[in-house]
Design a protein around this ligand. Structure first.
Ligand code: TXA
Ligand code: MG
Length: 322
């Protein structure tokens, strides 16, 4: 499927497709989503088939307006309203108890539902025009790297998607932060651009980490967001020696680096990413995908700092590497 430019006409076309239970890939500020009418279980089932994803994995329901929370959640705690007010539209997904109308196809059989209003003009136009929730996981094959450009979606899903809206590259580049509010203690299920400290500052309470929580989320699987090529994380101090050793063995390697020292390495497949955590985050998946397409033996990734600003990047890199 060739991505199509965003126009009033292509948005209407996408809405018509969603209404008849077909799949539409669309840009969000985080990554591209593979969308279906969240109220139509047959349409949602097509998402799982296209991705090759196990059916017990829940998907996020995307909304146009915060008032729509009440169409999906059974009880809405004040904490949800406070977070929605502070961070929506934006890269934050909120898990709440679902109401009786929400199909188990969307929630992977669980009694909770994941909700988010994305901060991307194309996504918002589509959601507003459709008027209902759009269920959408990232538009990649299960377990692979999420797409941050329309071309990546075409590469991943081919003709198993009925329309790809091309909204250009995603500005955030990693999946949304996920917070679970179904317990009295808010729990962070997946780190993202919105940090744990930001959530804490707005809620004035400690945010637990997901190891203390039992809800299943495939983003929490050890191997996820991964390239096909073997990838290794390596501290800057040992990276140079590692490159020498691998090159002397005739290995064809790729390097993902951010510090200047490494950038001086004589490697034909070296991608230098920004030193700023947010800019690195935006560029990461596209760079990984580029190296993954080169049929290399190994991708060596310079280990980023262990600092909160890098939490989302470190989480995804730990899952992408062996
Ligand atoms: O930024 C994003 O979140 C992107 C864009 C498209 O919005 N979507 C995304 O979807 O990353 P996906 O399906 O690749 O990851 C969604 C995560 C999964 O880890 C899923 O398990 C979790 O959200 N999730 C969805 N519903 C849930 C629920 N009811 N309880 C716990 N986790 C849930
Ligand atoms: Mg995904």
């Amino acid at each position: 499927m060739t991505p199509i430019p965003v126009t009033t006409k292509s948005i209407s076309h996408a809405v018509e497709l969603l209404k008849i239970g077909r799949l539409v890939a669309f840009p969000t500020e985080t990554v591209y989503g593979l969308g279906a009418d969240a109220s139509n279980p047959d349409a949602v089932a097509k998402i799982f088939a296209a991705k090759g994803r196990p059916i017990d994995h829940p998907v996020i329901v995307h909304l146009a307006r915060a008032a729509q929370i009440y169409d999906w959640a059974e009880s809405v705690p004040d904490t949800a309203l406070i977070l929605a007010e502070a961070f929506w539209p934006g890269p934050l997904t909120i898990i709440l108890n679902k109401n009786a109308q929400v199909s188990l196809a969307v929630t992977g059989g669980q009694n909770t539902v994941a909700l988010r209003i994305p901060a991307n003009p194309v996504a918002l136009q589509l959601l507003e025009a459709f008027g209902n929730g759009i269920a959408a996981p990232s538009a990649n094959r299960f377990g692979h790297i999420s797409p941050t450009q329309a071309g990546h979606v075409a590469e991943e899903l081919g003709d198993s998607v009925d329309c790809i809206l091309d909204g250009g590259p995603c500005s955030v580049g990693v999946e949304s932060t996920i917070i679970d509010l179904t317990d009295t203690h808010p729990t962070l299920l997946r780190p993202g651009r919105i940090t744990r400290s930001q959530l804490k500052n707005v809620l004035h309470t400690e945010i637990r980490l997901s190891s203390q929580n039992k809800i299943r989320a495939p983003g929490l699987l050890a191997v996820h967001y991964a390239p096909h090529t073997m990838a290794l994380l390596c501290p800057a101090e040992t990276l140079i020696a590692m490159v020498d050793e691998m090159c002397s063995k005739g290995k064809n390697i790729g390097i993902l680096a951010f510090s200047d020292v490494i950038a001086a390495l004589p490697c034909p497949h070296l991608i230098q990413l920004p030193e700023c955590a947010e800019h690195y985050e935006t560029a990461l998946y596209s760079a990984l995908r580029e190296l993954d397409n080169l049929q290399l033996d190994t991708i060596l990734i310079e280990q980023p700092p262990d600092h909160e600003a890098w939490a989302a990047v470190n989480d995804r890199l730990n899952k992408a590497t062996v």
